[in-house]
Write a protein that binds this ligand. Structure first.
Ligand SMILES: [Fe+2]
Length: 487
């Protein structure tokens, strides 16, 4: 095994009392590059690509408070080819990361902290424009489109990442055409190659929606009005329609100025889903009232006659503690309270009658849902999600047979989102593997687990030992070998 390291820090933010900085939430401060990793089992010889996962990894101890959503982005990648694997992790070097790196300390505060005088002055000066005091961490997710890998954070622009090096190129704004926020969860139509995206404002009650064509050019942006600013983390698309989630996790700077949380779940304000033709204008949107809820992530959507069908992980409770400073929280001491319990759920929105049919499809708390993305926008038989009650298993839903299978990582072995990787020349929807990082809380080791999707409950076909700790993170992506070959 060959290994190289670059160390950034000697001080360690994990020494604070913040649960988001302890255990395997604590950041790592080395960038390492390791070849010829030890593999338990056997990597499929036909597997050729790179699994990359994004997540928070604060470069410096926080000024005061810190939420897991705020850490500087770090990418953890495993390159797999000819049955062998190598690993590297790299910070996403945004301008904000560079400014803090040059200063040798944190410069940006937390949204959990009431604004100080300096922030108030900047708020007033900047009015409804972007907040320069909010750090674009690029820490949430990744998308490959038009031969380009982008690291995403919903409050700002994407950052282009060079592969397979995982070095940051710079912020990516589509030649200056992107002038607003960009979701962490854009959708790529597998038939047309188009990428659909949106961005919501935390100041104005509006959403910008646009389409990037297969050649990587923004083809039009339209504005959608909503009653009040909300956290709109994800959306969904079908070949004909785009679905927006106006769900009541509200944003209020007035509330923050009163010393109350910036973000708050207000189910009494109701929830609505908006359906817009793919190339429609904002005013063409048709809204459907749904039972109050919150949705971080959609699984998929599809057209079915007059209906648009949406599947997502839906929670009807959203504890205030989710966005409170850790010191102000009561409860079980877990970083995310157990009250947060989304389940896989289906809505049928009838465009002709305006009727909504909704039902839970399971009762196991899950999130980070994924599908075989070659079928995005079509009705899939299968879906995959992460058990956020136990954290140590993945679920595979079979919607046709209304059942699920589980893959346990083992006692004390905590996983994350499972990313579906199709087998080359796949012969079925689930012909492929699910990949996720697993951390053993007992011995502190990390590994990449490769699960055969058609033999879901079995032991992983391969466990790639990572000779460095991989902190818990958010979303991952599979970069096909052919894209890596093109650099
Ligand atoms: Fe997300």
């Amino acid at each position: 095994m060959r290994m190289s390291r670059r160390n950034f820090l000697t001080n360690d933010a994990s020494t604070t009392a913040n649960p988001f900085l302890q255990g395997n939430f604590a950041p790592v401060h080395e960038e390492v590059t390791v070849d010829d990793l030890t593999v338990v089992g056997k990597l499929p010889p036909e597997m050729d690509g790179m699994f990359v996962r994004n997540g928070p990894n604060p470069q410096f101890p926080p000024i005061k408070n810190y939420h897991v959503f705020e850490g500087d982005g770090m990418l953890h990648g495993v390159r797999i080819r000819e049955g062998r694997a190598s690993y590297r992790n790299r910070y996403i070097r945004t301008p904000y990361w560079k400014a803090e790196n040059a200063a040798g300390r944190a410069l940006f505060g937390s949204f959990l902290d009431p604004p100080g005088l300096a922030m108030l002055v900047r708020l007033i000066r900047n009015g409804l424009k972007r907040l320069p005091m909010v750090k674009n961490t690029a820490n949430t997710a990744l998308v490959c489109h038009d031969g380009r890998l982008l690291a995403l954070w919903e409050g700002g622009e994407p950052h282009e990442i060079r592969v397979p090096e995982l070095d940051t190129v710079c912020a990516y704004t589509y030649g200056g055409r992107l002038k607003h926020q960009f979701t962490a969860h854009p959708k790529i139509d597998p038939a047309t190659g188009e990428m659909l995206f949106f961005g919501y404002s935390m100041f104005k009650p509006s959403v910008q929606y646009g389409v990037v064509n297969a050649q990587g050019e923004i083809r039009g942006i339209t504005t959608i009005g909503i009653p009040r600013p909300v956290i709109m983390h994800d959306f969904a698309v079908t070949p004909r329609h785009t679905i927006f989630l106006d769900v009541p996790l509200t944003v209020s700077f007035k509330r923050l100025l009163r010393g109350q949380p910036l973000l708050k779940f207000e189910p009494e304000r109701g929830a609505r889903f908006g359906v817009l033709p793919r190339y429609g204008r904002g005013q063409d949107i048709k809204w459907f009232e749904v039972s109050p809820c919150y949705v971080f992530h959609t699984l998929n959507a599809y057209d079915d006659g007059d209906e648009v069908v949406l599947l997502a992980c839906r929670t009807k409770e959203f504890p205030d503690s989710f966005f409170m400073p850790p010191t102000a929280r009561a409860g079980d001491g877990a970083p995310i309270g157990k009250e947060f319990a989304p389940v896989i759920y289906r809505w049928r929105l009838n465009l002709k009658t305006g009727c909504v049919l909704e039902e839970a499809l399971d009762d196991v708390p899950t999130d980070f849902p994924r599908i075989n993305e070659r079928l995005l926008g079509s009705q899939t038989r299968y879906g995959y999600a992460f058990n956020i009650n136990e954290y140590n298993e993945l679920l595979k839903y079979d919607f046709e047979k209304a059942r699920s299978e589980r893959h346990h990582h083992g006692q004390g072995r905590i996983g994350g989102e499972g990313v579906f990787v199709p087998r080359p020349n796949a012969r079925a929807e689930d012909d492929g593997w699910l990949l996720t990082y697993v951390h053993d809380e007992g011995d502190g080791t990390s590994e990449l687990t490769v699960i055969e999707a058609q033999d879901f409950g079995a032991q992983p076909v391969a466990r790639v030992r990572i000779p460095a700790r991989v902190p818990y993170g958010f979303h991952g992506a599979w970069i096909p070998g052919e894209m890596l070959a093109q650099g």
